[in-house]
Design a protein around this ligand. Structure first.
Ligand SMILES: [Zn+2]
Length: 463
């Protein structure tokens, strides 16, 4: 009975771990590495295991850094069940096909740039992504599911995006029985729309994310005040507001926040564009699962019979509709992907607005090193977008309070639900954050914490 850390150990993206038991093996997540071109090139590396020998995958949630290499796994021979929450199954239907189209476009672009060399194959195809969908097995929260003899799981709400889970895994081999808990990505407490991360009381070992170790988010109320002020300033300056946002989670939360402050922020003066076909489809999944909302969102939905509550929302799916937004020079709030500005329609909008001092960019999520989003956050004066160097004159605002990830206090609060203070391995964090959380867990929560290393194998029977 052993566990090997493979991805998102010592880094944030590319979540993937392997458990071997009873002569069989399953993966916890199979995510894409995201970041700079060099980092993303690692997605093509061979898996450090034979995909044909993996019996099952347990998928914590839909974000591409947790699900994005599933089509590659299938392309390389995996053909077993993938257990996940029902809402994640729906989201994967949108996300993985999009990811495949992106891979296709990336390969075409790269091949055009190097015509004399042998063509690069896309990372995977839409057919590979569709094959993944046929393997997905959805279940509900709190439902026990047998993965194969000796392995039973139960999904608990992680409060991160719709359908996100922490996974309880019961393992038994011979006369040894252990329970490990994989936190998945944990949301903030009191996050809009979603419930708080569920309380889990028992575990022999915890694998825990550490994205925001050592850091605190600003209080959400203050973040909302700041957004209100930016909206007011942008109205007076007659500029646009760009919000790069992940299609899943962040976009819906931004819309919900604009909706719940509709009168207070004078939203009727604006045109709000959700300019992302994927975010539009993901929003539909959000509205399809109202039983997963928290009390406030449930009340809004009951009172207003619609979600989100925004009369002036334009859903621009087609390229033609999106291009019309280029003519909007004032009074537009444009929410578009990608969340880290390393692709997608947001780059077109940045190209049109970044050098205009009356415009504003609101960064509402984590920005990986090497991405355009990170360059903007770091205050670079000139950035390269679509082959052109552009002066950054727009105001860049980083409003950390809206993160889909809990901060250090949230992480400690989640861990404090465990009665026996089980040992912890920290994953899904840059080294500095993981080490900060390691210290905090040892000093304040009084438990043994270790930062996981990629390739490290641990014997689960010892815990
Ligand atoms: Zn996530």
């Amino acid at each position: 009975m052993e566990l090997e850390f493979f991805g998102a150990a010592g880094e944030v993206t590319g979540s993937c771990h392997i458990v071997r038991i009873n002569g069989r093996q399953f993966l916890l997540d199979c995510g894409m590495i995201q970041g700079s071109r060099e980092q993303e090139a690692r997605n093509r590396d061979p898996f450090p295991f034979d995909p044909r020998e993996i019996d099952a995958v347990i998928l914590s949630h839909a974000h591409i850094d947790h699900s994005g290499r599933l089509p590659l796994l299938v392309k390389r021979g995996f053909n077993g069940p993938i257990y996940t929450h029902n809402a994640t199954k729906d989201l994967c239907g949108i996300l993985l096909k999009d990811s495949a189209s992106l891979a296709q476009r990336d390969a075409e672009y790269a091949n055009k740039k190097r015509p004399d060399q042998p063509p690069i194959e896309p990372l995977y195809s839409v057919e590979d992504a569709e094959m993944v969908l046929s393997y997905l097995k959805g279940s509900k929260y709190k439902e026990k599911v047998e993965v194969f003899p000796g392995v039973t799981i139960r999904f608990q709400d992680a409060g991160h995006i719709i359908g996100s889970t922490s996974v309880e895994v019961w393992l038994s081999e011979g006369d040894v029985s252990k329970k490990i808990v994989f936190s998945g990505d944990l949301g903030q407490y009191n996050t809009p729309i979603l419930n708080d991360p569920a309380v889990i009381e028992e575990a022999d070992l915890v694998l825990m994310e550490s994205t925001y170790g050592g850091r605190s988010h600003r209080e959400r109320g203050l973040t909302h005040d700041e957004i209100g002020e930016i909206i007011s300033e942008a109205h007076h300056g007659k500029g646009n507001i760009l919000i790069p946002a992940f299609a899943i989670g962040r976009s819906q939360e931004v819309l919900y926040t604009l909706g719940t402050h509709y009168e207070e922020w004078n939203m009727s003066r604006w045109h709000v564009f959700l300019d992302s076909p994927m975010a539009i489809k993901a929003s539909e999944v959000y509205w399809d699962y109202p039983h997963l909302y928290d009390d406030e969102a449930t009340k809004f939905r009951r009172d207003l019979h619609e979600m989100p509550r925004l009369k002036n929302l334009h859903l621009t799916s087609s390229t033609a509709e999106s291009m019309v937004i280029n003519r909007v020079t004032s009074g537009g709030i444009i929410i578009a992907g990608s969340g880290m500005c390393n692709g997608g329609r947001i780059r077109h909008h940045l190209k049109h607005n970044i050098s205009r001092k009356e415009c504003h960019v609101i960064i509402v999520g984590y920005q990986s090193p090497g991405t355009l989003g990170r360059r903007l956050v770091d205050g670079e004066e000139e950035v390269r977008i679509k082959g052109k160097w552009l002066k950054v004159n727009a105001k860049i605002h980083t409003v950390g309070g809206l993160s889909a990830h809990g901060d250090e206090n949230d992480l400690i609060r989640w861990f404090s639900s465990f009665k026996q203070k089980p040992p912890v391995y920290l994953v899904h964090g840059e080294p500095k954050s993981a080490r900060a959380l390691e210290q905090k867990l040892q000093n304040e929560a009084g438990t043994k914490a270790t930062v996981a290393k990629s390739g490290e194998v641990i014997d689960l029977a010892q815990f």
